[in-house]
Design a protein around this ligand. Structure first.
Ligand code: GAR
Length: 224
């Protein structure tokens, strides 16, 4: 079932760093593969390359400084309240975390329940957190990959929308593996956004269904 929208889905992207996933989404939108409009790119880092990428494409870029909130017992929540205001001002329908290296609180999670996605460079629930490619290699895993999931309170948790797997090669370094995973990230994140834009995602507890009430999780295993 595909629901066509009369207006493009209004998406905001939160990013802290280089913004390659943001770029992949911009490219997919410009190529007509994703029916969405990025209404704002927001960062907690003034120098984030993601903000530059937004500017280059005529997308509104916003730095929201965490410093004024530091030291308060509710600093994270207060920061997220100010983000929420910005998101609402832009009539955001879907929030994307794309290399957003700040923990989001219930302020955002509740306001955007099943309307906020994250991408993570592991096959969750294995290896949440940081340095996950190294952890997968050190563990002796034969497969690694990436996950797009809806955001819940836990870090790198939440109902899984799409995963892509890549093999771990004997000679892999964390950097080489990360690069191979990133290629897949750039495919599955835009794809997840398009599925959302088409109204094709259903959530039941931890499970996300595509097009049906029955399990239909997508697992893409890429060729090396
Ligand atoms: C990506 O690999 C993304 O999966 C990861 O940060 C990188 C951001 O790259 N996110 C996480 O680890 C979230 N826990 P990008 O800025 O080039 O999109």
């Amino acid at each position: 079932m595909s629901i066509s929208r009369t207006t493009p889905l209004r998406v905001a992207v939160l990013a802290s760093g280089r913004g390659s996933n943001l770029q992949a989404l911009i490219d997919a939108i410009e190529a007509g593969q994703v029916q969405a409009r990025i209404v704002a790119v927001i960062s907690n880092k003034k120098e984030a390359v993601a903000l530059e990428r937004a500017r280059k494409h005529g997308i509104k870029d916003l730095f929201v400084d965490p410093k004024p909130f530091a030291g308060r017992p509710d600093s994270r929540e207060a920061y997220d309240r100010s983000l929420l205001e910005v998101l609402q001002q832009h009539e955001t329908e879907l929030v994307l975390l794309a290399g957003y290296m700040k923990i989001v609180t219930t302020v955002l999670v509740n306001a955007y329940a099943n309307r906020m996605m994250n991408i993570h460079p592991s096959l969750l629930p294995a290896f949440p957190g940081l340095e996950v490619q190294k952890k997968a290699i050190d563990w002796g895993c034969k497969l690694a990959g990436c996950t797009v999931h809806f955001v819940t309170e836990g870090v790198d948790e939440g109902p899984i929308i799409i995963q892509a797997a890549v093999p771990i090669l004997d000679a892999d370094t964390p950097e080489a593996l990360a690069a191979r995973i990133l290629v897949q990230e750039h495919k599955i994140y835009p794809r997840a956004v398009q599925l959302f834009a088409e109204g094709r995602l259903g959530v039941d507890g931890r499970r996300v269904f595509i097009d049906s009430a029955k399990p239909d999780g997508e697992v893409i295993v890429s060729a090396v």
